[in-house]
Design a protein around this ligand. Sequence first.
Ligand code: PEP
Ligand code: MN
Length: 358
Amino acid sequence: MEDLKPIAIEGLDNKKPIVIAGPCSAETEEQVLSTAKQLAACGVKIYRAGIWKPRTKPGGFEGVGEEGLEWLKRVKAETGMAVATEVANKAHVEAALKAGIDVLWIGARTSANPFAMQEIADALEGHPDVNVLVKNPVNPDIELWIGALQRIYNAGVRHLGAIHRGFSTYGKHLYRNLPQWHIPIELRRRIPILQIFCDPSHIGGKRELVAPLSQQAMDMGFDGLIVESHCDPDCAWSDKSQQVTPDVLNFILNTLVIRETTQTTENLTLLRQQIDQLDNELLEVLNKRMRVSREIGQYKKEHSMPVVQAARYDDILNNRIALAVEMGMSSDFMKEVLEAIHGESVRQQIEVLNNRAR
Ligand code: PEP
Ligand code: MN
């Protein structure tokens, strides 16, 4: 996807962050226009509003449908902002393109479904100038996310971007959808040219998390933000606890710190050399550990012992985690590291057993 281009909107300078803002859902013509005018006055250039709403359970507000396209046309005409809405099937794409919607985004439930993605991609064929943003699928599967992007790319769309909106999980957490920042970071590593937006509203699920999440996204080098903003959030018909007024959004945007410089000083170069050196040492130590582990594998084979000895593994986990916590690392982190090392050790011991059996 080397020839991807940034989102193209007239008058948009691509200065970070590119801001897309507007209500979760278009509810009434008045709500759409009043929110739009307030956001335009804050300098927002791209207005979002969902008109087809994917709801988890039936019976909720499912969006105003095509009628909302007329309201978005008025937003364009009266404020000069570009407009964005969510599409989830062929009929949505056709209606949105006909109405001159500038940015189409694909929601997290849709991007998880290759059939739906292909249907949308087919409907986009022959419309190379439209901007498309693909949200991460609800499940933390980077291949599924990249696959969804590829389907749109293969349809000829080049103004293509991704939206990180967090990942579903079971149970109650601080975040509505876990950020799992390493996934969008890996996406950036794999497709460096792809613009990535952060959706702090759906990650946080709470108004007060919009500002810190937006700052985190900027610190990680995201290109833009898509934020839910409503003229009267407490009365919103969907996602009310995560929407902020245009005034609050303006305040959040004005207090964001954008760290853009890529120039490195000698200090940073020295610190990076230390990291490189430490990583090499880490690799050597791990390799040594694996060699010892293979020798243990051999011993276990000769003495007919099983590879995994649960009590010993438990001891290792508890004792190393306690040490790590004392050193200031988190126990979750150390548990993951030890599990990964143990997994590789077991794999290597089994390899030893199999080799000797031959
Ligand atoms: C939305 O942006 O309003 C929306 C439905 O988001 P998601 O697909 O991320 O849940
Ligand atoms: Mn929403």
